[in-house]
Design a protein around this ligand. Structure first.
Ligand code: MN
Length: 285
């Protein structure tokens, strides 16, 4: 068995606010770990946080994106999205919105109206997935992936379930269409079980524990808001589940291209970033 070794562990550094709706821990970012996390750029884990009932939805006001995809996975609560082209949608527990911003989208991301009025716990992930240069200026599109349409697979030995958001597991295909090869597995693991999982050789891979306790590769103890990065080499990751856990396992084929990013734009060169800023300033999104 060829193990994917842990190369680094990131621990949540404490939450910062994105808009007034999302207290997030940034679990990885291309700022400092670009080549290790590619094709991903950023992972923000929001909550779990309680919100009192309110009249006016909190969130992030109108902002642009260009050059990549945003993947929003809601675990608890509700997020509503609307964009400049008139698209809108609601993402509830178990649902995923896979937004390919590509050449440009201007949108807002707010708590859902019903959730705002009732109050409650919000817990969600936003993962940024890079696009290769040749796809950065393609047409924007959305995949609204409702919970029901995500394949649920039993893990070996009754150790829990895997919701196959994207990629492949034992010949089963995930719900999302991806531009480059990406695996995104939302797992619910049962205390007392052990299992080996396999991610492709050559792919960057990381594992986020959202809640619970997991020993990875027989050595590293991960608890809530802790994320392990693995070597591209090897395939096998072994897990020993020490408490019922919610875990996100993700990986993909690295995109070996330069990254130039600023705020909501991620391109290949600084010139393309200047163009993006101008295009947005002059209403060309
Ligand atoms: Mn956004």
């Amino acid at each position: 068995m060829n193990t994917k070794n842990i190369t680094r562990v990131n621990r949540g550094a404490g939450a910062h606010w994105v808009g007034d709706g999302f207290p997030v821990n940034t679990m990885f970012s291309y700022d400092t770990q670009g080549p290790e996390i590619s094709p991903f750029l950023l992972l923000d884990y929001a909550g779990p946080a309680n919100f009192e009932p309110a009249d006016k939805p909190r969130g992030v006001e109108k902002h642009p994106h260009r050059g990549f995809e945003t993947v929003t996975i809601v675990y608890q609560g509700e997020v509503e999205h609307s964009d400049s082209a008139g698209n809108s949608g609601k993402v509830g527990p178990g649902d995923v919105q896979w937004m390919t911003a590509a050449r440009g989208i201007v949108h807002e991301e707010m708590h859902g109206r019903a959730f705002t009025q009732k109050g409650g716990t919000l817990e969600m992930i936003q993962l940024w997935v890079n696009l290769p240069a040749k796809d950065k200026m393609s047409d924007p599109r959305y995949q609204e992936i409702l919970s029901d349409s995500i394949p649920v697979v039993d893990l070996p030995g009754g150790g829990g379930i895997l919701r196959l958001i994207a990629g492949e597991y034992n010949g089963i295909q995930g719900a999302a269409r991806t531009v480059t090869p990406v695996n995104l597995w939302d797992m619910r693991l049962k205390s007392g079980h052990k299992m080996d999982l396999s991610m492709p050789e050559g792919h960057n891979t990381s594992l986020l524990v959202m809640s619970g306790k997991v020993v990875v590769n027989g050595a590293e103890n991960l608890g809530a808001k802790e994320l392990a990065l693995f070597s591209r080499e090897g395939e096998t990751i072994s897990l020993e589940i020490q408490a019922d856990s919610v875990v996100l396992l993700m990986g993909g084929e690295p995109i070996e291209e330069p990254i130039a990013g600023r705020g909501p734009f991620v391109m290949n060169t600084n010139e393309e970033i200047r163009t993006a800023m101008n295009d947005y300033a002059y209403g060309r999104f």
